[in-house]
Design a protein around this ligand. Structure first.
Ligand SMILES: [Fe+2]
Length: 211
């Protein structure tokens, strides 16, 4: 079965992720060796804490997509949508999936309303690294409401390694495992082998994405 990483910052020089094409190529090799055949590039857009070179995305993606082919990997373009400030700029991946993040510390006002408005426009919502937000947990009413609304949850590989994603896995609320890969220069390399440890979650992911 093909595997996919739906959350990454691998476009060189675009956001706070990968800096250079050389770094991106090194990572592509790691993905290839880990047997991952699809990568969704999800640069931050309009995140108040990250400076994004928005006008460079098109060219960086064109380069990355061609580079990825040499590693037998299909690159897909999306974005990471920050809810709480300006929700008007985003790139859905595979036509309809929106990877969503928020403040780490505070639940944004009208979060569920904003999610619902996006769903009404036909988008499927995936909450990025749900285990990282201090305002939500498996016992929060907000988490329960999200599940009732058909919102998907993604956890980071790092969250699996440090145990913070465990409650979501136990509750069977994890739809996607992803890297949130920011490259080699900024963070330690991501352990891609973890993708292989949760085949049932990967099956679920592929079904959701219709891949
Ligand atoms: Fe991210």
């Amino acid at each position: 079965m093909g595997m996919i990483d739906i959350h990454s910052h691998l476009l060189p020089g675009i956001d706070d992720g990968v800096k250079t094409e050389e770094e991106a190529e090194k990572l592509l090799l790691l993905y290839k060796n880990a047997g991952i055949s699809r990568i969704v590039c999800t640069p931050h857009l309009a995140n108040p804490y990250v400076k994004t070179h928005v006008l460079g995305i098109r060219d960086a993606y064109t380069w990355f997509k061609e580079a990825a082919v040499n590693y037998g990997i299909e690159a897909i373009l999306g974005s990471e949508l920050y809810i709480g400030l300006d929700e008007s700029k985003f790139i859905p991946f595979l036509d309809k999936f929106l990877l969503v993040e928020t403040s780490m510390l505070v639940e944004p006002l009208y979060l569920l309303d904003k999610i619902f408005a996006l769903q009404l426009k036909g988008f499927s919502i995936i909450i990025a690294h749900i285990e990282r937000f201090s305002w939500i947990s498996v016992t929060s009413p907000t988490a329960k409401r999200m599940r009732e609304m058909g919102v998907y949850f993604q956890v980071n590989i790092q969250g699996i390694e440090d145990g913070s994603a465990e409650p979501y896995i136990k509750k069977n609320w994890v739809d996607f495992i992803a890297t949130d890969n920011h490259g080699i220069s900024r963070r330690a390399p991501v352990n891609l082998d973890i993708f292989h440890k949760y085949p049932e979650i990967m099956v679920r992911s592929m079904k959701i994405l219709n891949l």
